[in-house]
Design a protein around this ligand. Structure first.
Ligand code: CMP
Length: 142
């Protein structure tokens, strides 16, 4: 499988419980490398823009409120099959259903406070990386 990049958010619930190091440890154990990382406290407009695909969903308002409730850590991860690998180590969207050993089982609470976000495809990874990281920040990685 090819080396690829994916995008990851350590959400406000995980940051609040000082789980950034714990999340990164599980990502690294799964074979993913952190190639860019920064803390971002999203504005309402940024969260609405990032999650625009969910705009019509009933949970959209709560999702935006949660994602703007405190700082997140946004990251670019790299590794073989990084998109799929990241989603495997994240676990099921609903933390209550996440398998043991996954990030959401370890640090999530429920379907909203689920500790992490990860891109669901290589195409969306590019879009999401470019949403948070500038060309100058990414140029240093290649
Ligand atoms: P994430 O991977 O960040 O992508 C969209 C998010 O919406 C998802 O994780 C969940 O945190 C959230 N979400 C999905 N479904 C629901 C739901 N039914 N109720 C509340 N939040 C949801």
């Amino acid at each position: 499988m090819a080396i690829e990049r994916t995008f990851s958010i350590i959400k406000p619930d995980a940051v609040r419980k000082s789980a950034v190091g714990g999340v990164v440890a599980l990502l690294e154990k799964a074979g993913l490398r952190v190639v860019a990382m920064k803390t971002v406290w999203m504005t309402k407009a940024q969260a609405e823009g990032f999650y625009a695909v969910h705009r019509e969903r009933g949970f959209f308002g709560d999702l935006v409120k949660f994602m703007t409730s405190g700082p997140c850590v946004v990251q670019v991860l790299e590794g073989e099959g990084a998109v799929l690998k990241n989603r495997e180590v994240m676990g099921a969207t609903d933390s209550k259903k996440a398998a043991a050993g996954t990030i959401r089982a370890a640090f999530g609470t429920d379907i909203e406070q689920n500790a992490v976000h990860g891109s669901d495809s290589a195409d969306n990874a590019k879009i999401e990386i470019n949403f948070f990281f500038s060309g100058a920040e990414l140029a240093a990685l290649s």
